[in-house]
Design a protein around this ligand. Structure first.
Ligand code: MG
Length: 241
């Protein structure tokens, strides 16, 4: 009975490795099983859901129902005061969100009245948008704050009119079978690339006078706030985690 020579076994192994390293149909080398999924970083990343690319509001609707009534201008969507908050048609839980925004170049109002909007994860956990360039207000209400709960670690604001970015990593709260929150929501925020929230444990809905967790589904739409100021948005994409 023949036994396979060690040399042959080695060669088979080498052939296997060589085959794995050959480019697949996509032109990339095939990955061994269990390798991290390949994502083209873009931007936007190849596995992101684009929520706004400058062209239309198809991914959005009014929070009261019906079409979103904000306007599109020069590839940005602009809050039209009085038309109400807008929300995504899709619902999200754990996510990585990229959003660019700019407060009005012409300074009007002060404090909370100046360039106010907001990003509400799950429609209830707000990362404040505000013109916080030389515009004092309460600390947990300035740009980059988890509204009413956590001031930003630093004020990384750009002057009014300039584009700014938020990159947000959000984990939805987890509940046990009875609905009790067993792990609070957490949030990390980079403002213009600077860390302003470091895995902060959210204490509940931010629009309540006393934050507390309310029962809600595992996924909910992302909401952008109409606070009456013509804040602009562009390049919005989200990755479900
Ligand atoms: Mg706000």
């Amino acid at each position: 009975m023949k036994t396979r020579s060690p040399l042959l076994a080695f060669n088979l192994h080498a052939v296997l490795l060589f085959t794995l390293a050959l480019p697949g149909p996509s032109g990339r080398a095939a990955e061994p099983a269990g390798a991290p999924r390949v994502v083209n970083p873009g931007p936007p990343p190849s596995d992101a859901i684009v929520l706004f690319d400058g062209k239309n509001l198809d991914a959005w609707e009014s929070e009261q129902g019906g079409p979103a009534r904000w306007r599109i201008e020069d590839g940005a969507m602009v809050v039209v005061g009085g038309t109400g908050n807008i929300r995504t048609r899709r619902a999200f839980g754990d996510c990585q969100l990229h959003i660019e925004w700019a407060t009005p170049e012409k300074i009007e109002g002060e404090g909370q009245g100046r360039g106010n909007s907001g990003v509400f994860l799950m429609g209830r956990y707000e990362v404040q948008i505000l013109d916080s360039w030389q515009n004092p207000t309460y600390h947990n209400g300035q740009a980059g704050a988890v509204y009413g709960q956590a001031p930003p670690l630093v004020n990384a604001s750009r002057p009014p009119g300039q584009w700014q970015t938020y990159d947000i990593i959000f984990r939805a709260p987890r509940r046990d079978g009875s609905g009790k929150v067993v792990r609070p929501a957490t949030i990390t925020v980079l403002h213009n690339g600077v860390l302003v929230q470091d895995h902060f444990e959210i204490r509940g809905s931010t629009y309540l006078e006393r934050p507390q967790y309310e029962p809600h589904p595992d996924k909910l739409p992302l909401v952008l706030q109409d606070h009456g100021n013509p804040v602009r948005f562009r390049n919005i994409w989200i990755r479900e985690l």
